[in-house]
Design a protein around this ligand. Structure first.
Ligand SMILES: Cc1ncc(COP(=O)(O)O)c(C=O)c1O
Length: 474
């Protein structure tokens, strides 16, 4: 940064060298006492040349605008940001003596780096157009059967029931298990609201329990403490790609004769003791929303190895219509079907799932390496017996103001996503909550970084450096 400093009486060549020194294209002009008295950008320099100035000429007083934009060390991030616009992209930060201590740069034209984007560069379009041309565009068709078969096999479950999204997948499983009014279902506090919404739509009573502070997944201790004689099921959520402690959970379920529905919406391909998630519980549900590990646009699936549950779910998915007698309804069912078009995309995605998972892991590794100097960051843990997957790169910002950090990242064109709010904190769910300390703490610190093929790591590092340099938290 010091090399970007240029004396007010330097030559045009000296000014050019200072401008060229850092990629900000700006020189900070100082007086004899090293106090900043102006800012000259590469644009200003070009205009000076066009006006006939030679490189050997010295700067003149008229070149330096005395009412330049600057900020002081004690100004908060938002205040500094407000000083920038499409013209003012670099703001010098001055100490009480008017000397340069740092600079702030924000380019209002930077394209936002999204947190997630689907990778559709395999056979997706080929299969989709095949399904389209076949005219089987609704919920019957070869791709539906293939996707159900391939995905259930991949996860090690006997049956796959493709549905329209990951929320109805949970609802379908609950209803097929006969869970409804008067029954309690234990859910974790730190999850997407779909988990609890499905329980409420089934007419059952959710019981919200805390998560483990290390794995961020539902705590078996909290489950144990929450079991009552009304409890019918547990929904462990493999949150942010981390498998839950399935040994402990399955033991509690066995001891108390409870159903287990794994919510694996965020954990396709994750493993617990070498076994894929989705194959432990009586049923498991997945989402194929556009930001998930593999996608069908919208979509979901329930897996089960229980033949009866499979039969019931297939009937309920299709308006409760009898399989033997068409248009005869034995149950009040739903239309929860997936289309053949969606399944076609799903088949192509599934062909590349191992590559997709490896690529996501590699992105996380690069973040860990690039950001290792920022010791306030705590990365999602890995456990011996659990092979977690990287859904969205997930981490905690400890002891700093996370929202200020978000501001810095977003203003550098890096989208960022806070962890889910604990269910227990939201008035519509709070009455169902038992315990929430860890969920509350994690939710306040956690966030997801862009987990996409084209992460600009230098931009990310720069944003973190800016955050640190601005001492936003102090
Ligand atoms: C943990 C969890 N459960 C359920 C869902 C619901 O999935 P969908 O959006 O496909 O309904 C999601 C995802 O959005 C999720 O993250």
């Amino acid at each position: 940064m010091d090399k970007s400093i240029c004396r007010y009486d330097a030559s045009m060549r000296g000014l050019l060298e200072a401008i060229n020194e850092e990629p900000i294209g700006t020189a900070f002009i100082v007086d004899e006492e090293q106090k900043v008295c102006g800012v000259i950008t590469d644009g200003d320099f070009r205009r000076m040349l066009l006006n006939g100035r030679s490189l050997e000429q010295p700067l003149s007083k008229d070149d330096i605008n005395p009412s330049f934009v600057f900020a002081t060390e004690d100004e908060r991030f938002e205040e500094v940001l407000r000083k920038t616009d499409t013209k003012v992209r670099v703001v010098p930060i001055l100490n009480a003596e008017g000397k340069l201590v740092n600079y702030f740069r924000y380019d209002h034209h930077v394209k936002m780096m999204p947190v997630a984007e689907p990778k559709l560069n395999g056979n997706e379009f080929k299969y989709l157009s095949d399904a389209f041309l076949s005219t089987w565009i609704s919920s019957a068709g070869a791709y539906i059967n293939r996707f159900e078969k391939d995905f259930s096999e991949y996860c090690g479950a006997k049956h796959g029931i493709a549905v329209s999204n990951g929320t109805v997948a949970i609802h379908l499983a609950l209803v097929a298990m006969g869970i409804g009014e008067g029954d309690e279902v234990i859910v974790p506090d730190l999850t997407f609201a779909a988990t609890i919404n499905a329980v409420l739509h089934a007419g059952a009573t959710p019981v919200i329990v805390d998560v483990d502070e290390h794995s961020w997944c539902i705590s078996p201790f909290a489950i144990k403490a929450a079991v009552s004689d009304k409890t019918k099921a547990i929904i462990p959520v493999h949150v942010y790609g981390q498998p839950c402690d399935m040994d402990a959970i399955m033991k509690i379920a066995k001891d108390h004769k409870l159903f287990v529905i794994e919510d694996a919406a965020e954990a396709h391909g994750a493993e617990y003791r070498g076994q894929k998630v989705g194959s432990f519980g009586d049923a498991a549900t997945f989402s194929f929303f556009g930001n998930k590990i593999i996608t069908t646009g919208e979509g979901g699936m329930v897996l089960t190895s229980n033949d009866d549950l499979n039969d019931r779910m297939r009937v309920l998915r299709d308006h409760g219509m009898s399989k033997e007698k068409r248009y005869w309804h034995d149950h009040v069912g739903f239309n929860y079907r997936m289309t053949n078009l969606q399944a076609a995309i799903g088949c192509a995605q599934l062909e590349r799932i191992d590559q997709i998972l490896n690529d996501r892991d590699a992105i996380e590794e690069k973040y860990v390496e690039a950001l290792k100097q920022f010791t306030f960051l705590k990365w999602q843990e890995r456990f011996m017996e659990r092979k977690r997957v990287t859904w969205l790169v997930a981490l905690l910002a400890q002891g700093v103001d996370r929202d200020e950090l978000f501001g810095c990242l977003r203003n550098n064109g890096i989208d960022v996503r806070p962890f889910f709010y604990p269910l227990s904190e939201m008035p519509i769910y709070s009455r169902y909550a038992l315990s929430n300390k860890n969920s509350k703490d994690l939710s306040a610190m956690g966030f997801n970084l862009p987990t996409i093929a084209q992460v600009d790591f230098s931009r990310v590092v720069k944003a973190f450096e800016e955050f640190k340099a601005l001492k936003i938290n102090n």
